[in-house]
Every structure is written in structure tokens, then in C-alpha cells.
Design a protein around this ligand. Structure first.
Ligand code: UT7
Length: 333
């Protein structure tokens, strides 16, 4: 009997503090109108509390998910955390999450793939489940982007927000769950979206701080060009490879970086707007958090057997698509 990996529960969390476009108008030379029309973002959430980090966002998403599903954290086998804003360079945030939720029987690790962090983690976890060795895996995408965003740089501060989303992955023998994936990296694009200092290339010094190299740097226009082409292409490719027409696809779950990138992807797939999940206006780009936060926000609309395509593009460059069959009905999860 073939084992596939199915999402059996979802969770999400964004911190309380809201940073609106109007707030940003007072911080940098920008306007609400520019941000809305160029990106689709209206507001984003920021984790302001002292002593709170990415693991706290993840825990706030995971614990209600486990409680709703009636699962004891001791049952969890593995935790994979997609993030580029781990609590520390090391140890891994997955370890801290395991400690904070009491998942004493789990092992885990962080996966660094920028905005594709959740998708790459989901693929990794799905292969662990398909192996038959692991039965319950938490995949979480969490980023406290406000920790690495320069709030005097209008090229980046208008886009990003903080948040986390998670799923529980379990084995399925009815053919539901993850069906196919196409994932890609191109490291030659690394300089267009990067945190220059803090790693082994440029260890932190007074100079790197003075030069603001510990913040996210993005050459927006170039990233946009690659994102719009690659996310659309890979989403189309996974449809073709699985003989899915636009009628067969129930939902596109796209990375929320820019509404114009999402629209271009939907158009290439021939999808009606009603099938495209968008919450960028509320959260901005939460990096690893966007896809699971979308699943969380729209969970009630999915029906068992629905065909979902998850697509992403991010720094690195990293990008890809996963095709999955939703495994439960609303209110059943
Ligand atoms: O999630 C990971 C992957 N990341 C992405 O996918 C992000 C991809 N990039 C983007 O979403 C867009 O490139 C941005 C939203 C970052 C920028 O939008 P854009 O349409 O590419 O703007 P641009 O950089 O080409 O700038 C157009 C104009 C420029 O002025 P001039 O030279 O035409 O006079 C900029 O100086 O808009 C100006 N501008 C702004 N104006 C007001 C740039 N940023 C702002 C701003 N407010 N925040």
C-alpha cells in the first residue's frame, strides 16, 4: 500500500502590533497608494515584545493546532522549521520550538530557503512520511522579518511582516496528500536578495553594523523579474506534468510577495481569480510564513479531494511548486 503524506491540520499566528501603510508614510518617503498599487500590501504585523523571537511565533501557531486536533506534543516525531530569522545562528529554532511545546520525543532542524522555506520543508517532511518511518511531523514556516528589516529603507520595509504558519503531516493510504513537487535553486542569484553580514563571509563587526549589512538587501526590480517568470513557469509545469487543466485546479496557494507576481502566475495557469488565495493585504510578505498562513486563513473553504497547487519564489534564488490533494473536509480537521 502506497503511503503519501497528507496535511491533517493547520495553524497560524501573527503578532498583535499592526504596522499600516499610513504608519510607514511617517517613517520613509512612501505613500499608501504606492504600496497598495505596486505590491497589494495594506498592513503587516510586527513582533514588538522584548525577548520574543521566531520560535515564539511558531509556538503560537503550533500549540492551538495540536490542541484542536487533540494531539499530545509527545506524539510528534519530527519538527522542521523553515526560517531565515532563527532565534540564533545556532542552535536551530526547531530545537527551541520542541522545548517550548514539550515535544520531548521529536528531533528536528531548520531549513534555510528564504521565502521557499515552508515549501522545501514540506517536501522534505513528505519524504520522511512516505518512508514509513515517521508518523507525525510538524512543518512550520516562521519568520520575524522585523528583526532584519531596515525601517529607513523603503525598498524593503514596505513589503515584509512577521508571522508563522504550520501544518501537521501524517501518512495517508487513500491517495490523498502530496502528489508531486518541482523544486529549484539558483545560487547565482544570491546577491539580489541577501543578508550580507552575520555569516562566515562577513562576520559581524562595528563596520558591518555601520554599513547596515545585517539588514535584508533587495534589488527589487531584478527579483521581481525572476519571480514573475519562474513562479509562473513552475506552476504551469506542475499542472502539465500531472495532466491538470485549469478546471481541475481548485486552489492556487501562492507565496505572498507581490500581488502582481500572484496575478501573473494565475494568468499563466489560466485560473480564475476566485481560485487564487490572497491575504497579502493583511500580512505583507512573511517569508516562510506565507503559504501556511494562507492554508490557515482559507482552510474552511477546502474540501476533501480538492486539488491545490502551492507555489513560491524567494531569495537564493529558490522556487517551486507542490501539487497536493486536500485530505479532509471543513470542520473535520
Ligand atoms: O519574497 C521574496 C521575493 N521578493 C519578491 O518577490 C519581491 C520582488 N520585487 C517587488 O515586489 C518589487 O520590485 C518592489 C515592490 C520591491 C518594488 O516595486 P517596483 O515596481 O519594482 O518598483 P521599482 O523599484 O522599479 O521603483 C519604481 C519607482 C522608482 O522611482 P523612479 O525611479 O521611477 O522615479 C522608485 O524610486 O518607485 C520608487 N519607489 C518607491 N516610491 C514610493 C521604490 N520604492 C518606493 C516606495 N514608495 N516604497
Amino acid at each position: 500500500m502506497k503511503i503519501t503524506a497528507a496535511i491533517t491540520a493547520v495553524g497560524g499566528y501573527v503578532p498583535e502590533t499592526v504596522l499600516t501603510n499610513f504608519d510607514l508614510e511617517k517613517m520613509v518617503d512612501t505613500t499608501d497608494e504606492w504600496i497598495r498599487t505596486r505590491t497589494g500590501v495594506e498592513e503587516r504585523h510586527i513582533l514588538r515584545e522584548e525577548g520574543k523571537a521566531t520560535s515564539d511565533l511558531a509556538v503560537a501557531a503550533i500549540l492551538p493546532m495540536l490542541a484542536k486536533k487533540g494531539i499530545d506534543p509527545l506524539e510528534i516525531d519530527v519538527i522542521i522549521c523553515g526560517t531565515v530569522t532563527g532565534d540564533y545562528i545556532f542552535p536551530a529554532t526547531a530545537n527551541i520550538i520542541a522545548d517550548k511545546i514539550g515535544a520531548k520525543n521529536a528531533w528536528g532542524f531548520d531549513l534555510s530557503a528564504a521565502c521557499s522555506g515552508f515549501l522545501f520543508s514540506l517536501e522534505t517532511a513528505s519524504k520522511f512520511i512516505a518512508s514509513g518511518v515517521y508518523k507525525k511531523i510538524i512543518v512550520v514556516g516562521a519568520d520575524k522579518m522585523s528583526a532584519i528589516v531596515d525601517y529607513t529603507d523603503r525598498n524593503t520595509c514596505i513589503i515584509f511582516g512577521d508571522g508563522a504558519g504550520c501544518v501537521l503531516l501524517e501518512p495517508n493510504t487513500d491517495g490523498l496528500g502530496i502528489q508531486d513537487s518541482i523544486l529549484k535553486v539558483d545560487g547565482s542569484g544570491r546577491n539580489y536578495l541577501i543578508q550580507h553580514a552575520g555569516g562566515s563571509m562577513n562576520p559581524p563587526t562595528h563596520e558591518t553594523i555601520d554599513n547596515k549589512q545585517h539588514f535584508v538587501y533587495q534589488e527589487g526590480k531584478t527579483v521581481f523579474k525572476f519571480a514573475v517568470t519562474n513562479m509562473a513557469d513552475v506552476s504551469y509545469e506542475i499542472m502539465e506534468r500531472n495532466q491538470l487543466t485549469s478546471d481541475d485546479v481548485n486552489w492556487l496557494v501562492p507565496h505572498q510577495a507581490n500581488l502582481r507576481i500572484i496575478d501573473a502566475t494565475a494568468e499563466r495557469m489560466g485560473l480564475d481569480k476566485s481560485k487564487v488565495l490572497v491575504n497579502i493585504q493583511k500580512y505583507g510578505n512573511t517569508t516562510s510564513g506565507t503559504l501556511p498562513l494562507c492554508l490557515y486563513d482559507f482552510e474552511k473553504q477546502f474540501k476533501k479531494g480538492d486539488n491545490l497547487i502551492l507555489s513560491t519564489f524567494g531569495g537564493g534564488f529558490t522556487w517551486g511548486s507542490i501539487y497536493l490533494k486536500w485530505a479532509y473536509d471543513p470542520n473535520e480537521g
